[in-house]
Design a protein around this ligand. Sequence first.
Ligand SMILES: Nc1nc2c(ncn2[C@@H]2O[C@H](COP(=O)(O)OP(=O)(O)OP(=O)(O)O)[C@@H](O)[C@H]2O)c(=O)[nH]1
Ligand SMILES: [Mg+2]
Length: 262
Amino acid sequence: MRLLVYVLGPAGSGKSTFTASFSEWLLNEAGIALLMNLDPASTYLPYTPDIDIRTYVDAREIMKKYNLGPNGAIIASTDLMLVHLDKIREDISHFDDGYILIDTPGQMEVFAFRRTGEIIVRSLCEEKCVIVFLIDAILANFPSGFLSQLFLAASIYYRFKLPLYLLLNKIDLLSEKDLTRINSWIDNPEKLKEDLDKELKGYERILTLDLVKILQDFLEHFKIIPISTKRTEGFDKVYVELQKIYSGGEDFELPDYLKKYV
Ligand SMILES: Nc1nc2c(ncn2[C@@H]2O[C@H](COP(=O)(O)OP(=O)(O)OP(=O)(O)O)[C@@H](O)[C@H]2O)c(=O)[nH]1
Ligand SMILES: [Mg+2]
C-alpha cells in the first residue's frame, strides 16, 4: 500500500528541504520513501528525486520555446504536466509499498488554485493521500501573520478536500518566548483573538476578529505540528499522524516509542 504525501506551502516555506530531510529521517526510522519532484521550475533540489517532472516538462525550456515570461512559463508547464500524467502514474506503479513524498511548485497559487493542479493531485491519488501544508514560522510570528497563513491552509483544504496537516516549519528560528506564544494561539484561539485585538485597530480589527470565529472550527479539526526541517524536530509527531492514515485507523497500533507523543 502507498501513501502519497503532497508537500504544499507558500514559496520558500521549506517544501523541498522538508522532502529531503523527512525522507532521510524515514530511512533511519521506518523505511525507504519514494521522492517525486512536481516543480517544473526548480533549479536546485536538496535531494535526488526518483521521479522528476522536469524529465517531461521543464519550465525553462518552455520559456524559451514559447517566448514566455517566468510566470507564463510556470502556468504553461503546470498545464503541460497533464499530458504526462500516464507516464507519472506508470513511474509510481513500480513502487507499491510505503510513502511517496511529493514536492510541489514554489508558485503554490499556480499549482493549487488552477484546475490543472487539482486534476493532477486527484488523478495520482489512487490510494491514500494526504497534504502536509508548511507554514513558515517567521511569517506566522505575529497574530495577523499567523491568521493569514491559516486562511491559506484553509483554502488549500477547501480546494482539495484531502486529509491535511499543518506543519509550522522553521521553529529553530524562533525564540522560546515566540514559540510559546504561537503554541498558545494553536491551543487556544481566544488567546489569538486577544493578541489580534492588541495588534490591530479600527475596521481592520473588527473584520479580523470576525474572521477568527470562522477559523475556530478549522483549528479544532486540523492539527498544527511545530517542526524544524533543519533539526528534524517534530518529525516523530508528523510520522505518527501519517501512520494513522497509512495504516488506516482502528487496527493501527502505534509503536511504543511513539506512544508518548499522542
Ligand atoms: N532555519 C531553517 N531554515 C529552513 C528550514 N526549512 C527550510 N529552511 C530554509 O528555507 C529556505 C527555503 O527552503 P526550500 O526548501 O527551498 O523552500 P521551498 O518551499 O521548497 O521553496 P520554493 O520551492 O522556492 O517555494 C532554504 O534556505 C532552506 O534552507 C528550517 O526548518 N529551519
Ligand atoms: Mg522547492
